[in-house]
Ligand binder design. Sequence first.
Ligand SMILES: C[S@@+](CC[C@H](N)C(=O)[O-])C[C@H]1O[C@@H](n2cnc3c(N)ncnc32)[C@H](O)[C@@H]1O
Length: 341
Amino acid sequence: MDRSPAIATTHWPALERLREIFLSGQPVRGSYWTCREDLDAYDATLGERIGWKWDAVLEDLGRLGWAPPAGPLVDFGCGSGVASRRILSRWSADLFPEIRLIDKSSLATGFAASRLRGVSPGVRIVEAGSSDVAGIMAGATVLLSHVLGEMVPAARRQLSSALAGAAAVIWVEPGTHADSRGLIAMREELREAFRPVAPCVHASRCGLLEAGQDRHWCHFFANPPVGVLADPDWAAFAAHMGIDLRSVPYSYLVLQRADQPIPGPGDPGERTRVLGTPRIYKGFTRLFCCAEGGVEELELPRRLDESLYKAIKREEAGSLFRLRSEAGRIQAVERVHHTPG
Ligand SMILES: C[S@@+](CC[C@H](N)C(=O)[O-])C[C@H]1O[C@@H](n2cnc3c(N)ncnc32)[C@H](O)[C@@H]1O
């Protein structure tokens, strides 16, 4: 049976050391996992928080009606295996005959493998090592999570050429400017072989790469599950680590092979994705919008759609819309929902 590690004050020293490394934003040489307790501490807290970002991404994919193709999964830079476990909690394990774990730390692949065997005993788990990454990724759905910032440029180049042979890619990173920009650079490199499923609403060059857009980045916010904010263990963790549990920013990128149609209602080219945090004013909101024609800030008058204005204010409107605008003002808008069937 799978046992999730619990939050414990004995974890604080390991977590402080790990968080300092993660916040440095520098490529990491060697491995920072020194023992199984490091992974226990991470999995119960920082890793679980990353799981909330995966939940938000997988929910967005659900709204689009998208699922990864049946076949092997690869979890690159698996750490404690949060990404694979989140995937298995969303889709049937029957889709994935095999999960291949890659990490430069064998402590990490061993930990992730034992947790995965606990949740999905029927799935073949392979600790794949990292010698033939392109071979391991060929034809697989590749999961990547919070790994890009740790990689030196040469390792990023090798990764992008290995990814070119994958069947699909689901990639989640922190919602910082640097991580989002790193992900956008990867998108550009992979754009020939793949078509973006989300968050992108078009397959052309990213609009954030246009002149004058340098200060912007593509990011979103996840919510912690109900109960977390009132939980004394989470409160102690947040206070000790100086983390605001209400704010969980992330960036992501989901790609599929270019020859497959993108699911969801209507033409992806008609959709608009709202990036970052809408700015709320008394009679209108300002939305930073990404569409086929580029990125721009648009004003949504409250009177155009009172209930949408309120939903945006309550952070319940999602980020995907179909809209028409003129001279920076939205004239018509509707949320994009997937209707199954
Ligand atoms: C911050 S942890 C994230 C772990 C997990 N993906 C998650 O989201 O919780 C980054 C992981 O990537 C691994 N890693 C970093 N660079 C790597 C590389 N070049 N090849 C394989 N693994 C790498 C680290 O050892 C570590 O386990």
